[in-house]
Design a protein around this ligand. Structure first.
Ligand code: PMP
Length: 464
């Protein structure tokens, strides 16, 4: 085997030769090469040529405490020295998993009963679906298996989680979604609202659509409704006024379990500890990951209330076991890191910091919505935000194929040392939660420069 050095060309060459990347055009990747990230420091990362980038999406919306938090490293080392691994099957347990479960149940915004640990957001959502199906069987409601989620929702990529996901590229050529997964309209007022319709009337219409679907399918066949408090990967969609207020009584009326996928929103992202608090959501189950360990190690959790847990407990007693779990679920080192994340958030009063810095973040974001002719909608809450680019603000459309405008702006931004995220014609930002006001300015000063450059290039005919 060739020796791997730190030489950028060599690493890129070896990458092309040996790796297939997730969410990447594999053919183009062979020619275009990859961006090799070498090290991180605070909210910055450096590529293998030494170029510095402000990570304005916190990796995958997930590195809340930045890329060099010594305390997380020390917590992992301490736990590894004591007990690096043990499983949690067949009643086995260990202190980090127990402490983390207790802390999460105590923190939950609504009464929760039990935590179950997994390794990724996708696994957690798959596990929640299996719990929900198992519970229906336990209750003698064998027909109650259908699951409703939203178009543009993102819940992961394993077979059931990808079926929940409402993004067509995640289904195409994978023979997904599975039957029994139903997708309703995305709560995106800017794109889905009708002429003259108020935000509140839009919410009423969407909730009516959901109730009509439940009735058409047969309420006794619908088991659960999965939703992100703010849709992340689907384009940073903040729910319209009245949406959750009107929706929750309908779900209750038909005995449908509400699952809040807090994988992005959990642990401060939306300005409260959980997105459910920001929007008045009272879920029966919560899905947690990403910021839970600041992504330093893989870990995710499902929290459930007694209404969910009790029938599952009965069924597992009748069968002899709840026959589900992962080798590394609740890994003690990952759990120790997650506990340290919670300690740091508390000791540094990170929620107060987020509340303060997000005022500036949202102000800068929205100012671009006013000043730039290319921003159709500036949206967000807390430390998550997006700019949807258009060339015609009135028609809400672009003169170029979807993705070309934002893709170009994204590349210019990356050249200027800011890593954003592009989804269609939307540029998304979700920086580490430790970002300062000055660093927020670094992001938006450069975004502003890029938008002005693109405006000029459109005007002069250079951008085509
Ligand atoms: N749910 C949400 C809301 C997510 O944003 C993601 C990942 N972006 C997932 C689930 C899936 O998590 P993972 O990639 O860890 O499987």
């Amino acid at each position: 085997m060739e020796k791997i050095s730190n030489d950028a060309d060599t690493l890129e060459m070896l990458d092309a030769r040996y790796l297939m990347h997730p969410f990447t055009d594999a053919r183009a990747n062979l020619q275009g090469g990859s961006m090799v990230i070498d090290r991180g420091e605070g909210i910055f990362v450096y590529d293998s040529s030494g170029k510095k980038y402000l990570e304005a999406v916190a990796g995958l919306w997930s590195v809340g405490l930045g890329f060099s938090e010594r305390r997380l490293i020390d917590a992992a080392v301490r736990q590894m020295e004591k007990l690096p691994y043990y499983h949690t099957f067949t009643k086995k347990s260990h202190a980090p998993q127990i402490e983390l479960a207790a802390r999460l149940i105590e923190m939950a915004p609504v009464p929760m009963s039990k935590a179950f640990f997994t390794n990724s957001g996708s696994e957690a959502n798959d596990t929640a679906i299996k719990m929900i199906w198992y519970r229906s069987n336990a209750m003698g409601e064998e027909k109650r298996k259908k699951i409703i989620s939203r178009k543009r929702g993102y819940h992961g990529i394993t077979i059931a989680a990808a079926s929940l996901t409402g993004i067509s590229v995640d289904h195409q050529s994978f023979d997904l979604p599975l039957p029994g997964f139903l997708h309703v309209t995305a709560p995106h007022y800017y794109r889905e609202g009708q002429e003259g319709e108020s935000e509140d009337a839009f919410s009423t219409r969407l909730v009516n659509e959901i109730e009509a679907l439940i009735l058409a399918e047969g309420p006794e066949t619908v088991a659960a409704f999965f939703a992100e408090p703010v849709m992340g990967a689907g384009g940073v969609i903040v729910p319209p006024d009245g949406y959750w207020e009107k929706l929750q009584p309908i779900l209750k009326k038909y005995g449908i379990i509400l699952v809040a996928d807090e994988v992005i929103c959990g642990f401060g992202r939306t300005g409260c500890m959980f997105g459910s608090q920001t929007f008045g959501i009272e879920p029966d189950m919560m899905i947690l990951s990403k910021q839970l360990s600041s992504s330093y190690l893989p870990i995710s959790a499902i929290l459930m209330n007694d209404m969910v847990f009790e029938p599952i407990a009965d069924e597992s007693h009748a069968i002899g076991a709840f026959a589900h779990g992962f080798t590394n679920g609740g890994n003690p080192t990952a759990a120790a890191v997650a506990i340290e994340v919670l300690n740091i958030m508390e000791e540094r009063d990170l929620m107060a910091h987020i509340k303060d810095v997000s005022i500036h973040f949202q102000a800068r974001l929205r100012a671009l919505g006013m000043s730039s002719t290319l921003v159709g909608e500036a949206r967000g809450v807390g430390l998550i935000g997006a700019l949807e680019l258009v060339t015609d603000k009135v028609a809400r459309s672009s003169a170029w194929p979807v993705g070309q405008l934002a893709g170009y702006a994204f590349n210019l931004l990356e050249n200027k040392g800011v890593i954003a995220r592009v989804m269609g014609d939307t540029l998304a930002f979700s920086p580490p939660l430790i970002i300062t006001r000055e660093q927020v300015d670094m992001i938006f000063d450069r975004v502003e420069q890029v938008l002005v450059q693109v405006e000029n290039e459109i005007r002069s005919g250079k951008f085509q």
